[in-house]
Design a binder for this molecule. Structure first.
Ligand code: HEC
Ligand SMILES: [Ca+2]
Ligand SMILES: [Ca+2]
Ligand SMILES: [Ca+2]
Ligand SMILES: [Ca+2]
Length: 487
């Protein structure tokens, strides 16, 4: 074999660059980064190719490649100040949380009970490792927290009642470590109520030695009467997949045993909502895979353990930063649509002007129309709900950005919490709730005070690692009731 190690002999024409830098993902758009930043992105491309073990692409001349991307790149990314109105719909209050260490990075805030008599949430703190239950008792002000367990870096918690005894078990997705690499420290845990434990819960490993477990969802996928799981292992480059865990019955200790099979071999999975997407009575899996794929797919359940995969959205650039999806009938026409956000900044900690809320609208025949609804740099989560109770869906959204990044732009550029009011003609009016402080990774639209309207709950998450001992509740004033006195 002849070794060619002369960089000058590498191709430098546009077509060669387009096929090399478009060989693993869509060709990045020049406009996606400011000129200076492109050096790092191009170098990373060469590095990832060298590491990948692929030999089928032809690496290009590095200087020409950098010039190719810089040619049409802006000097700096330009942000527009959003056109938003002062909000009058919500009243903001801090609700103290007692009984657990201060919160730093709440990554999931799951509603367990929602009756006026009993409101409970399960939370994960990616930073402290605490997996907690938060309980709101009657009109008491503070939320009472019980730490069920602590694991390394829990990203997600999901409640299931495996044995149908009316008490939920909790399944926890544990990244295992904070920084992405290829080592296998991720875990999937099961928490079961146990009166013998001080916390009231006992922890069992369902699987150790995974890469970076980011999410877990449940359903009876094979319709045999027991609950199966769908697990997202975000992984890194060489590791990471979406798995189906088929329930094989319980061990003597009452711990469900699973057979694992791979549904999708791509790393980068963030979420897998499970819904009957096509209305055939079988549950389908909607997947959001970020990393450089940035795609939304539906795995249609064929009913014979197999599935048919179909892409419903492909983002135009590998740096899109997909952060969440929610499946909902957004236009009340009887079919399911997808609310999608791209605003993750954990690759480069940079806000992007193209971070946005999108609607992937089902045309009824499983063809989809994509609409970008609003820009929101750093957006991490959007929730749909009829906030003003006029019969159409509105949206609440939160963003996560570091204070350095916020201070680089003029005040008012970045909104941390906002909501979009839908008008009759389908247009949206933006209302700002928090400006220049982007400290949330998730939120819930939920009737906190049981007065009949959707309140917005925003637990804290800070990129600068500021601890907090309260969550923010925006009380919806649509239904006028006795909102408890502000303190
Ligand atoms: C061997 C496959 C491969 C090739 C070839 C490749 N990339 Fe990538 N690229 C990746 C992977 C994998 C990611 C996701 C990286 C991550 O997020 O850790 C990525 C992500 C990106 C991103 C998104 C930003 C980010 O860091 O997530 C940009 C921009 C990018 N690549 C540019 C390039 C350019 C420019 C080239 C050509 C010089 C290139 N890539 C060639 C695999 C490749
Ligand atoms: Ca089953
Ligand atoms: Ca619809
Ligand atoms: Ca509305
Ligand atoms: Ca309310």
């Amino acid at each position: 074999m002849q070794l060619i190690n002369n960089a000058e002999s590498r191709p430098s024409d546009d077509a060669a660059i387009q096929s090399f830098c478009g060989g693993c993902h869509l060709l990045p758009r020049s406009q996606s980064f400011g000129k200076a930043r492109w050096k790092e992105e191009v170098e990373q491309g060469f590095r990832l190719y060298a590491k990948s073990g692929r030999e089928d692409l032809i690496p290009t001349d590095m200087v020409a490649t950098l010039a190719f991307f810089q040619r049409d790149a802006p000097e700096e990314l330009a942000f527009e100040t959003p056109e938003s109105a002062e909000d009058t719909r919500f009243e903001k209050r801090q609700i103290p949380v007692v009984g657990q260490p201060e919160m730093v990075a709440i990554s999931e805030f799951a509603v367990l009970d929602s009756s006026p008599q009993r409101i409970r949430f399960a939370t994960t703190d990616l930073w402290s490792g605490a997996v907690s239950i938060l309980e709101k008792r009657a009109d008491e002000n503070p939320l009472n927290a019980t730490v069920m367990t602590s694991v390394s870096h829990p990203a997600f918690v999901h409640a299931v009642d495996f044995d149908s005894d009316g008490t939920e078990e909790l399944v926890v997705a544990d990244l295992g470590k904070y920084s992405p690499d290829e080592t296998l420290q991720g875990s999937l845990w099961l928490l079961k109520a146990d009166v013998k434990e001080a916390s009231g819960y006992r922890r069992y490993p369902l699987k150790l030695g995974l890469a970076r477990v980011s999410c877990v969802r449940s359903c009876d996928y094979d319709a045999d009467g027991d609950i199966d799981l769908v697990v997202s292992d975000f992984g890194m480059h060489a590791v990471g997949s979406i798995y189906l865990l088929t329930n094989q019955g319980s061990s003597g200790e009452g711990i469900p045993q699973f057979e694992w099979s791979v549904l999708d071999k791509r790393p980068g999975a963030i979420d897998t909502p499970i819904v009957d997407f096509d209305g055939d009575g079988r549950l389908d899996i909607v997947t959001l895979v970020s990393q450089h794929y940035e795609s939304i797919d539906v795995l249609f359940n064929r009913g014979d353990q197999g599935f048919k995969s179909r892409n419903i959205y492909q983002a135009p650039d590998p740096s899109y930063g997909s952060s969440s999806i929610e499946v909902v009938d957004f236009d009340f026409d009887g079919d399911l649509d997808v609310l999608y956000t791209n605003g993750d900044t954990f690759d480069d900690f940079m806000a992007k002007p193209y971070h946005s809320i999108h609607l992937i609208e089902n045309q009824g025949d499983l063809s989809f129309v994509h609409r970008e609804l609003a820009s929101m740099p750093g957006i991490y989560r959007a929730r749909a709900g009829d906030i003003d109770q006029d019969g159409d869906m509105d949206i609440a959204a939160v963003s996560l950005l570091g204070s350095d990044e916020i201070q680089r732009q003029p005040p008012g550029t970045f909104e941390g919490v906002m909501w979009l009011e839908q008008h009759r003609d389908g247009s949206f009016q933006r209302h700002r709730l928090v400006v220049d402080q982007c400290d949330a990774a998730t939120c819930q639209l939920f009737d906190w005070d049981s007065d009949g309207d959707l309140d917005l709950i925003v637990p804290p998450a800070s990129i600068d690692w500021h601890p907090s001992s309260s969550i923010t509740v925006f009380f919806n004033q649509t239904v006028q009731s006795q909102v408890p006195e502000s303190k």
